[in-house]
Design a protein around this ligand. Structure first.
Ligand code: PAF
Length: 265
C-alpha cells in the first residue's frame, strides 16, 4: 500500500474519539514534521472484552475536524482488511506485557504492539508520539522499537488533565458529572503520594487516598521504577506511581512521577 506521504513524517496513532489529549499529541507532532499523520482505528486485537470494543465511541467527522484543526495533514481511517490482508503477525509484549495493566487485560499489550508495529510498517514515520497517560504502553512501544531496531523515534507527551486533575480519556464521557468529580480523586491520590518524603509514605498516601474515592474499585496501585517496571526500592532513581481501577464499569488509569530518593519538596 502506498500512502504517498512526504517524509519526514510524525505519526500519532489513535483509536478515535479524539479529545484535548490527542490534540496536544498532534500539536507536538507538528513541531517535529510538516507531514503529520493521525490514524484512527479501533483495534479489536487489544480488547479482551467484546462489549468494551463494541461500545467504543466512533465519531469520524468530529475526529477528522479535530485532527486537521490541530495540524494533522492526513487522517487515516484504515479498515481491518487494509491493515491485515493476511492474518496479523502477533507481536509478544513479553513479561512486562503481563504485569499490571496486562495482568488485568490479558493479551492487551500483544494487541497494541501488533497494530503499532503494522502501522509503523505501512506509514514508516520518522517520529511517533505517544501519551504518558498510558505509561506501560509507552514503555512497551519503546521496548519493541529497541528490540526490533525500528527506524522511528518515540516521543512521549505529558498527560493532559481537566481542571479537576482528572486525566483526559475517551472513556470519561461514559461517566456522569458526579462520577467524573469522584474520578479526579485518582489524580489527588497521586499528588498526595508524590509529595511524600519517602516510598513507604508515598505508598501509604496513595492507597489511603484511593480508598476514599466513592465507587472506585481498585485494580492496582504501585510505585515502580519507570525504567524497568520493577517495584521501586529506596535506590530507584526514577520512581513512578501507576494506578488503575473502575468507576461504574469505566476503566480509569493514571500515573505520576514520584520524588526521587534524597530530594525533598
Ligand atoms: O493508545 C491508543 O489509543 C491505542 O492503544 C493505540 C496506540 C492507538 C493502538 O491501538
Amino acid at each position: 500500500m502506498n500512502l504517498n506521504l512526504n517524509h519526514p513524517v510524525a505519526f500519532v496513532p489513535t483509536m478515535g474519539a479524539l479529545h484535548a489529549g490527542h490534540e496536544s499529541l498532534i500539536r507536538i507532532a507538528k513541531e517535529l514534521a510538516d507531514e503529520v499523520v493521525v490514524s484512527v482505528f479501533v483495534n479489536p486485537l487489544q480488547f479482551e472484552n467484546a462489549e468494551d470494543f463494541s461500545i467504543y465511541p466512533k465519531m469520524v467527522d468530529a475526529d477528522r475536524k479535530l485532527a486537521e484543526a490541530s495540524g494533522c495533514s492526513f487522517v487515516w481511517f484504515p479498515t481491518f482488511e487494509e491493515l491485515y490482508p493476511d492474518d496479523p503477525k502477533i507481536i509478544s509484549a513479553g513479561e512486562i506485557g503481563n504485569l499490571f495493566e496486562g495482568m488485568h487485560r490479558f493479551g492487551h499489550f500483544d494487541g497494541v504492539l501488533t497494530v503499532v508495529q503494522r502501522l509503523f510498517g505501512l506509514i514508516k514515520p520518522e517520529f511517533a508520539v505517544f501519551g504518558e497517560k498510558d505509561f506501560q504502553q509507552l514503555f512497551l512501544v519503546k521496548q519493541m522499537v529497541a528490540n526490533l531496531d525500528l527506524p522511528v523515534s518515540i516521543i512521549s507527551a505529558p498527560t493532559i488533565r481537566e481542571a479537576s486533575g482528572l486525566a483526559i480519556s475517551s472513556r470519561n464521557s461514559r461517566l456522569t458529572i458526579t462520577e467524573q468529580a469522584n474520578a479526579s480523586g485518582i489524580a489527588a491520590a497521586l499528588e498526595a503520594a508524590s509529595s511524600a518524603k519517602d516510598l513507604v509514605m508515598a505508598r501509604s498516601n496513595l492507597l489511603s487516598e484511593l480508598k476514599k474515592i466513592p465507587g472506585f474499585a481498585l485494580d492496582y496501585a504501585e510505585i515502580i521504577d519507570e525504567t524497568s517496571f520493577e517495584i521501586a526500592t529506596t535506590t530507584t532513581r526514577q520512581p513512578r506511581a501507576i494506578v488503575a481501577g473502575w468507576i461504574n464499569g469505566v476503566r480509569l488509569l493514571d500515573n505520576k512521577a514520584m520524588l526521587q530518593p534524597g530530594t525533598s519538596k
